[in-house]
Each structure stands twice: as C-alpha cells, then as structure tokens.
Design a protein around this ligand. Structure first.
Ligand code: DAU
Length: 357
C-alpha cells in the first residue's frame, strides 16, 4: 500500500463504518484497526473489496505491532473513531471506558509519534491525526445558555464523557508537546445506518418493531442536537482537507428537539412505513427511571466549521430519520447479528423485565 492510505480506528463501528464506506466511494484505500467488540461488525465492511484491509486489534493492548503496522501501511492520515461510547454502559462498567478511551488513545498517539519520526519531510508535512470526539465533554447546558464554542471549559458528567474529555486533552497535548499534527472534532448525537441498537433511536425502532414498550428516561424533555451520520462524515473530510493542525472544530446541526419530540417523529414515520394493526406506535411510549446524572441539554455552535471550511448540514431531521428507519427495515440480517447474546444480556441488566420480555 502506498502513502495515500487512510488508517481508521474503530472502522467497523457506527461512525467508523460510515466514514470508511464514504472514503472507499471517494477512491481511498483504508486500513481499519478495530477490536471488533459487541458494537462492531466485520460484516459492516463487506463488499468493499481490496480497498479495505481489516486488522483486528485492541488499541489499549501494548505491543510494537501497532507501530509496525503504521510503518508497513504508511498512512497519510489516522482517523481515530475507536471508543467505548454508550453512556449507560459507562455507568455499569467505567473501567472498560478508561481502558479503551484513555489508554487506547494514548497508545495510538505514541505509535503515531514513533511512525512520524521515521517519515521524510514531505510525508511528515502532509500527515494528519484526526481525533473524533463528542459534545458530551462540555457537560449539560442550561436552557438559557448559548451553545458551546470551541475552547469552552470541559465539564464532563458521565464516565464516558470524562474519558472522552481526557482523550481530547491527550490528543492536544501530543500536538503541543511533540508537534503531532492533531485535529480534534466534537460532534453532537449521530444517527443513521449501522448504529448499535443499544442507542436511543435504533433501540426505539427495535422495540417498536417487536411491539414492546419504548423506554423514555425521566420526563423525556432532554435536548439533543441530532445530526445524520453522513453530515458528520462530510465534516470529517472537510476538517482533514482544510483544518489547521492543533485546531478544534465543532460539528452540529443546530437543532434542539426533546427526546419526546424525536420519538414522536419516529413513531409517525413507523406508522407510515410499517403500520401496526393495534394503532400508532405512540401508544408504546413508557416513562422509566432516569439515567443517573442525565445531562439535560447539549448544544454546540459549528460556525467555525461552517465559515472556515464551508461545511453545512444537508439532511433534515425528518429526512434523516426516514432514511434511518428505511435502512433498519431493510437490514434484518444486520439486526440479527447486532442483537445477539450480549445485547440481550445488556437489556436484561439495564431495563425492567416487562420492557424486554
Ligand atoms: O452527544 C454525543 C453523544 O451522543 C455521543 O458521544 C455518545 O457516544 C452517544 O451515545 C450519545 O450519547 P447520549 O447519551 O445522548 O445517547 P443515547 O442514544 O444513549 O441517548 C440519547 C437520549 O435518549 C439521552 O437523553 C438518553 C435518552 N434515552 C436513551 C436510551 C438508550 C432514553 O430516554 N431511553 C433509552 O433507553
């Protein structure tokens, strides 16, 4: 493989898969490093042929093989999407998040540093390390607060958010201390194809199609800024092409619906595409105990990305949700693989029995 390769960590997970598929469509060759845990599927990369090479590896594990892989494949870019990402799981098992998000990022940064040291001047000048992160690092915004801007202080709440915040700090420190050409993006809630059904929207689709209750935490008035995953992927390419090393770029749609409003839209789409003999899916909504320390609202301003790099979100919430529902309805085999033993164990441990009977 030549120096035009992209190396994508977590490339068999949700955002990673969507990024790799878009990269292949652009003619790129991609090396995916993924530990293939419960949220990733090798099959997500099926059909991409010789343009993609998958290496099954846990980034948190020690070993020189990571540097050797970089030297052998000579990526011009590393896109780091690999992370443990489910807030609820981070409350049950925070150690897995420390290992993956902190130690895994640390080892990858160190491997990138060693690789960069051996590159010629031109390759070193072109090299980029894109660290893909989240709005959750800022913690909750009050209803009257303006959206977070790049450079605002971090106030993470959950173990997930705290480990992502730590990984952002590591990435920036490797830029400042060692000159690694790091770019950081923080994005709002994504949705779309290939998202694991533990997350809000695919979980609601999964439950709805089985006629089971739709578990809404607390009063359901929490606010998220939902972005269709393709818009996020386009933003990542923009940042790679034009972002300034050391820079941080927010990615957001600028929306603020409550969870109940999003669920209402989702039910209306399901009612249209897969009507239920018993009546609307809305009747399945159940308010359940709230998530501990549940952040009430996230909001990011993405004007830097819009003004400096010309990115705009293209998908509306209604349009993106419809695409998402259609994808899930037509990918039954994907569901079957994603909802195996581990998923049922998770549901049983986390939700009341009558919700997941
Ligand atoms: O904001 C970006 C973040 O969005 C990402 O960094 C995280 O990886 C991703 O998991 C997501 O975090 P959230 O906690 O916002 O996503 P989740 O899909 O778990 O929940 C979305 C909202 O829906 C949140 O307010 C909690 C609520 N919810 C979630 C589940 C799973 C429910 O009401 N019921 C549920 O069963």
């Amino acid at each position: 493989m030549s120096a035009s390769v992209l190396l994508v960590t977590g490339g068999a997970g949700f955002i990673g898969t969507n990024f790799v598929r878009a990269a292949v469509a652009r003619g790129e060759r991609v090396v995916v490093v993924d530990r293939l845990n419960y949220a990733a599927q090798e099959g997500n990369l099926a059909g991409l042929g010789a343009q993609v090479r998958l290496v099954a590896r846990d980034l948190a594990a020690p070993g020189d093989d990571l540097v050797r892989l970089l030297v052998e494949t000579r990526p011009r870019t590393i896109v780091h999407t690999a992370a443990e990402t489910h807030v609820d799981r981070s409350i049950h098992d925070p150690e897995a998040f420390v290992a993956s998000n902190l130690l895994g990022t640390f080892r990858l940064l160190e491997a990138a540093r060693a690789y960069l040291a051996g590159l010629g001047e031109e390759e070193r000048r072109r090299f980029r390390f894109l660290h893909v992160s989240t709005d959750e690092v800022y913690g909750a915004r009050a209803p009257e607060d303006p959206p977070n801007r790049e450079g605002d202080p971090y106030e993470p709440t959950s173990p997930y958010a705290a480990t992502k915040a730590g990984s952002d700090h590591l990435a920036r420190a490797w830029h400042k201390t060692y000159g690694l050409p790091v770019l950081v993006t923080n994005c709002t809630n994504n949705y779309g194809p290939y998202q694991h059904p533990e997350k809000f929207l695919p979980l609601m689709i999964y439950q709805a199609l089985r006629g089971r209750p739709l578990p809404v935490y607390g009063d359901g008035r929490q606010v998220r800024d939902w972005l269709y995953v393709d818009d996020h992927v386009r933003a990542l390419f923009r940042v790679l092409e034009g972002g300034t090393p050391g820079g941080t770029y927010h990615v957001s749609a600028g929306l603020g619906p409550t969870n109940l409003e999003v669920l209402e839209l989702l039910c209306a789409i399901l009612d249209r595409l897969r009507p239920r003999p018993e009546g609307s899916y809305r009747a399945l909504v159940r308010h359940v105990a709230d998530r501990p320390a549940h952040d009430r609202r996230y909001a990011l301003e993405s004007t830097r990305l819009q003004h400096e790099l010309g990115w705009r979100p293209e998908e509306s919430l209604a349009g993106g949700l419809e695409k998402t529902v259609r994808w899930y309805l037509s990918h039954e085999e994907w569901w079957c693989r994603a909802t195996g033993e581990d998923f049922h164990r998770w549901l049983a441990a986390h939700y009341d029995a009558e919700l997941v009977r």
